[in-house]
Design a protein. Structure first.
Length: 139
């Protein structure tokens, strides 16, 4: 009986070596057999399943002075700056959840929301949800 020790080893792939058109084999539970998918199609499927830009959408914004930023990814980490002002995407877009982590030395100001505070204090995270019309702070 074969064991996991008998399985061939596969060298890790560096992110720089990947392209969206590269193919991967995945197992389809519905078809009960392996099938081939491109990296782009897997990311697209993840985005549709999660409904808010996928789990890969993360951004780190670093600045040494007060500045304004447009949030484009689901998770945004603010680092290295003092205070900043944020602009959110349209509430009716693909992103329906935003998580802002403020590691700046000053507060971050979110746009005027349907409800909830617009100030994110230093060393605090905030979660915002969209109902398709407005953004709401939920934590």
């Amino acid at each position: 009986m074969p064991t996991l020790d008998d399985a061939p080893t596969i060298a890790p792939i560096a992110a720089a070596d990947l392209a969206g058109a590269d193919l991967l084999q995945v197992f389809s539970n519905a078809l009960r057999k392996p099938k081939t998918a491109s990296i782009t199609s897997l990311i697209s499927a993840n985005n549709r399943l999660t409904g808010y830009g996928g789990i890969l959408s993360t951004d780190t914004i670093s600045t040494s002075a007060a500045a304004s930023f447009t949030v484009v990814n689901r998770v945004t980490v603010l680092t290295g700056g003092t205070t900043c002002t944020l602009t959110f995407p349209a509430a009716s877009g693909v992103l329906r959840e935003l998580i802002i982590i403020n590691s700046n030395s000053g507060s971050a100001t979110a746009p005027t929301l349907g409800a909830g505070s617009t100030t994110i204090a230093t060393t605090v995270s905030a979660r915002f949800l969209s109902n398709g019309t407005s953004w709401y702070r939920v934590s």
